[in-house]
Design a protein around this ligand. Structure first.
Ligand code: C5P
Length: 227
């Protein structure tokens, strides 16, 4: 038995974090949601009013980047991890549509990426980790023992995300969610630094027509074969 590194990348709203959490629980590994880290930096910029309309005041953010501290904690009662931005629990605040609409702009900045990648590599340096994001298999852990690339049709993903947002009583239309999913994929896949790509050694999982149970047992088996 060894503590391997599992990298889960893919398009937005493909259920990466659900699978990653299940896998981490089953293997007793640490789960890291790197999307939450980019969302937290975005939230910090929004709190400081560094967005004028949709335009980010990049210089303001970059000069304050050292002031941002990001970490994770675990709530024993709910058995869920949550993200801390300068010591404050922002787990719920970072999931709003307002943050979703701006996060890809922040995630394009090389300085933001290198800061967060460094934290991610430190968190995973001893293995025993399941990390999900967009560049985990390509940049953060290119030597990960298991790399998955998850995708599904844009409509299937928007439908799932729409249900999830509605269940949290947030006002949103299906069309808004679909537009956001398509726009984020476009920005994430075409940015010059660490674009979202499927590396050659990543296993493609298209879950448009795959049940969560079938998907999980397939992925758990792939992990167990490598441990
Ligand atoms: O995973 P999630 O959808 O919460 O990620 C939010 C956004 O953060 C993505 O759309 C992408 O722009 C950015 N991201 C990234 N690299 C990662 C994780 C997320 O660029 N490793």
């Amino acid at each position: 038995m060894k503590d391997i590194t599992i990298a889960i990348d893919g398009h937005s709203s493909t259920g990466k974090s659900t699978v990653a959490k299940q896998l981490a629980k089953a293997l007793n590994y640490t789960y890291v949601d790197t999307g939450a880290m980019y969302r937290a930096v975005t939230y910090f910029a929004m709190q400081n009013n560094w967005f004028e309309d949709a335009q980010l005041q990049t210089e303001d953010l970059l000069t304050q980047l050292d002031e941002i501290s990001i970490s994770f904690d675990f709530n024993q009662e709910t058995q869920k991890s949550y993200i801390l931005l300068n010591g404050e629990n922002v787990e719920d605040a970072i999931r709003s549509m307002a943050v979703s609409n701006k996060v890809s702009t922040v995630a394009k900045l090389p300085q933001v990426r290198s800061k967060l990648v460094e934290i991610q590599q430190e968190m995973g340096k001893n293995g025993g980790i399941v990390m999900d994001g967009r560049d985990i298999g390509s940049v953060v852990f290119p030597d990960a023992e298991l790399k998955l690339f998850m995708t599904a049709s844009a409509e299937a993903r928007a439908q799932r995300r729409f249900k999830e947002i509605k269940s949290k009583q947030q006002q949103v239309t299906y069309q808004e969610v679909l537009d956001n999913v398509i726009e984020r994929d476009q920005i994430d896949s075409t940015r010059s630094v660490s674009p979202l790509i499927k590396t050659e050694d990543a296993i493609l999982i298209d879950n448009t027509n795959l049940s969560p149970e079938a998907q999980f047992s397939q992925i758990l088996q792939l992990a167990q074969e490598r441990i």
